[in-house]
Design a binder for this molecule. Structure first.
Ligand code: ADP
Ligand code: MG
Ligand code: MG
Length: 259
């Protein structure tokens, strides 16, 4: 069992005018096999939370703790976090010119697993995962994310998850900008990994960041959290997402912010 515990997390971003506090006391616990949806309006700090968990240098933790099975995640480097089993699918995946997707994936898998995966098994694994996600095999030879469409980038993020097999997966708006078909493929990819991880013992814990309820029809959350003004302001079951669909975030952000 893996447990990611976020306690009273405060994070500032470094701007030209100085530090600006974005996260204002986030509390959240994600266990193996659990899917947590975080829903909140634009600019509420969802991506800041995702980046902070992954260790992005631009985001400075000013107080609070993040632990994975009691280990201090905040003390770990970006690489150490990945090796510990924390994965981030970015809202805006980065293009890496001159690095082929296949090299990138193998390098990442080698870093996370601590040794290079045996080549034949690896090739088979990548091929199958690409097939599952309906990614053209030719993508292997293309530079990472370069010229990929929005949907292709998101599928590539899920491909990484499937191959890196994290304990905790943070999916930051993996649904944004997807048409219905791409949403179905991406969601099926997430559900497939969920099932595989469950079958091999320890189910992945998922933090699914979104601001639409749409994806939650495909990926069933166990818990739904409302995120506003840099923290979790309400938690509940799947019914909370239905309430948000009907009423929006006004109740949580105040009337002024909704205008
Ligand atoms: P969300 O993902 O919920 O839309 P973000 O975490 O992207 O929210 O942003 C939260 C707030 O922090 C916004 O007001 C945004 O402008 C600000 N912010 C985030 N990253 C930076 C940055 N690198 N520099 C300046 N401001 C930032
Ligand atoms: Mg946003
Ligand atoms: Mg965001």
């Amino acid at each position: 069992m893996a447990t990611l515990e976020i306690r009273d997390l405060h994070v500032s971003v470094v701007t030209e005018e100085g530090p600006k506090e974005i996260l204002r006391g986030v509390d959240l616990t994600i266990g193996s096999g659990e899917t947590h949806a975080i829903m909140g309006p634009n600019g509420s700090g969802k991506s800041t939370l995702a980046y902070s968990l992954a260790g992005h240098p631009k985001y400075v933790v000013t107080s609070g703790t993040v632990t994975l099975d009691g280990e201090d995640v905040l003390a770990m480097t970006v690489d150490e976090r990945a090796r510990a089993g924390v994965f981030l699918a970015m809202q805006y995946p980065v293009e890496v010119s001159g690095v082929s997707t296949s090299n990138f994936l193998r390098t990442a898998a080698t870093a996370v697993r601590g040794e290079a995966p045996p080549i034949r098994k690896w090739v088979k694994e990548v091929k199958q995962s690409m097939l599952d996600l309906e990614i053209d095999p030719q993508f292997s030879e293309r530079s990472v994310n370069e010229g990929f469409s929005g949907g292709e980038k998101k599928r590539h993020e899920i491909l990484q998850m499937a191959l890196l097999k994290p304990k905790i997966a943070v999916l930051d708006e993996t649904d944004s900008g997807l048409d219905v078909d791409a949403l179905r493929i991406v969601s099926a990819g997430v559900n497939r990994y969920k099932e595989q991880s469950q079958a091999s013992g320890e189910g992945v814990g998922i933090l699914l960041i979104t601001h639409y309820t749409r994806i939650l029809r495909y990926i069933q959350p166990d818990f739904v959290h409302v995120f506003a003004n840099g923290r979790v302001v309400e938690s509940g079951g799947p019914a909370l997402a239905d309430e948000l669909e009907t009423n929006g975030y006004v109740r949580f952000t105040g009337a002024a912010a909704a205008v």
